[in-house]
Design a protein around this ligand. Structure first.
Ligand SMILES: Nc1ncnc2c1ncn2[C@@H]1O[C@H](COP(=O)(O)OP(=O)(O)O)[C@@H](O)[C@H]1O
Ligand SMILES: [Mg+2]
Length: 233
């Protein structure tokens, strides 16, 4: 077991958002976190990262209790977070964005400037372009590439396909599938059911801060009516 959430409850001020989420991610797995807008997918990831620490429950990573650790320490422990808002440095070039991430992470490993450019040849071609001049899809690839520079053992991907054109989504899917094939463990939050079902081994469907369904992704791939029911209000 790489990641384990046990009954976590998380609030923004007085507003309770997660009401006891339990989930696990095993080494090498790709797990989908599904659910409509506002059900608590991002908050679950923020709870893991220590960006919005839970007020109850435990987060364990590699059997260590990391509940409430500050984000830099969680990242150092080996969890890479790709936020939904793609905060790249607009004034820095692609290469500089990656270099900053590499220095900040201080976790050497298989991901280097070279291997990241191998995975994303489009970024290699655009290495001198300023981040602010990249397309949405290129920015998403840079955000993922930047997180890989920290050589995470677990990758948290928050809504990677959001706002991207269908062809770009398709290209992104191929890249994430490649990461999975290379053995990287991934937790992916998505409203786009097809996207996450194409990648995930298992899924958790959230509703109003609780787990409404959990099971193999294959179960949902085979049952559109169940998907419709789970994703409805
Ligand atoms: N910074 C915040 N302050 C207060 N409420 C928030 C904040 N961020 C999210 N929320 C609320 O928490 C709930 C869950 O949000 P979120 O985790 O972003 O859901 P999802 O990622 O599934 O769309 C929503 O009702 C949202 O309005
Ligand atoms: Mg979200």
């Amino acid at each position: 077991m790489l990641l384990e959430l046990e009954d976590i409850r998380t609030a923004y001020g007085l507003s309770q958002v997660l009401f006891g989420i339990s989930l696990t991610v095993e080494e090498g797995e790709c797990v989908g976190l599904l659910g409509r807008n506002g059900v608590g997918k991002t908050t679950t990831m923020r709870s893991v990262m220590g960006l919005t620490p839970p007020n109850a429950g435990r987060v364990r990573f590699k059997s260590r209790d990391i509940t409430g650790w500050p984000p830099y320490r969680v990242a150092r422990a080996g969890i890479g977070f790709v936020p939904e808002d793609r905060r790249i440095f607009a004034e820095l070039s692609v290469w500089e964005n990656l270099d900053v991430a590499r220095r900040a992470a201080g976790r050497p490993g298989r991901w280097t400037m070279e291997t990241v450019f191998e995975l994303f040849p489009v970024l290699a071609r655009l290495r001198d372009r300023q981040g602010g001049f990249l397309s949405g899809g290129e920015q998403q690839m840079l955000t993922i590439a930047r997180t890989l520079m920290g050589n995470p053992d677990l990758l948290l991907l928050d809504e990677p396909s959001e706002g991207l054109a269908p062809l770009v989504v398709e290209a992104l899917l191929v890249k994430i599938a490649e990461l999975k094939a290379q053995g990287l463990t991934i937790l992916i939050a998505e409203q786009a059911v097809d996207f996450s079902l194409a990648l995930a081994d298992r899924v958790y469907v959230l509703e109003k801060g609780k787990v409404r369904f959990t099971g193999p992704a294959a179960t949902l791939r085979a049952d559109q009516a169940l998907v419709d029911r789970l994703m409805s209000v």
